[in-house]
Design a protein around this ligand. Structure first.
Ligand code: DAT
Ligand code: MG
Length: 150
């Protein structure tokens, strides 16, 4: 089963959108694996966004993600990474499809509410950065057979 790291970023938390985000992933049929409400350290922020170091928006990005608490989660399901990116919408909210989270609640790329892993390998790397192995919960739902075909 594929897994993705999802962050409700500081703007999403401040705007009271944690529940909205969780509700959308639950409705999609994805299964929650881990969740943690936390203040992001500078060290973790730099590790998480290492691929963007040196880009013009990097300093602002680090300041943004460390500015207030985030809700960090891991969600799983078949093709979870692609499914979650689809529900999240494009990086730039004004380019994201209607009905996506970024379309429905955001306007600016620097306040785009949510992070989601971009590839299955990224999901594994990011899950390891944000969660310890014993924080990941293995469980089954009665409804799983009605959502997951395999
Ligand atoms: P995503 O968050 O959709 O995976 P990304 O990994 O390309 O997007 O970039 C990480 C974050 O950096 C993104 O959510 C917002 C910020 N960002 C990306 N491109 C930007 C740009 N051109 N200007 C300002 N911020 C940007
Ligand atoms: Mg990304």
């Amino acid at each position: 089963m594929e897994r993705s790291l999802v962050l409700v970023k500081p703007d999403g938390v401040q705007r009271g959108l944690i529940g909205e985000v969780i509700a959308r992933f639950e409705r999609r049929g994805l299964r929650l694996v881990a969740a943690k409400f936390m203040q992001v350290s500078l060290e973790l922020a730099k590790q998480h966004y290492a691929e963007h170091e040196g880009k013009p928006f990097y300093d602002g990005l680090i300041a943004y993600i460390t500015s207030a608490p985030v809700m960090a989660m891991v969600w799983e399901g078949p093709n979870a990474v692609a499914a979650i990116r689809q529900t999240v919408g494009s990086t730039k909210p004004v380019e994201s499809a209607p009905g996506t989270i970024r379309h429905d609640f955001a306007l600016e790329v620097g306040r785009n509410l949510i992070h989601a892993s971009d590839k299955p390998e990224t999901g594994i790397r990011e899950m390891g950065l944000w969660f310890k192995a014993d924080e990941l919960v293995e469980w089954k739902r009665e409804v799983d057979r009605w959502v997951f075909e395999g």
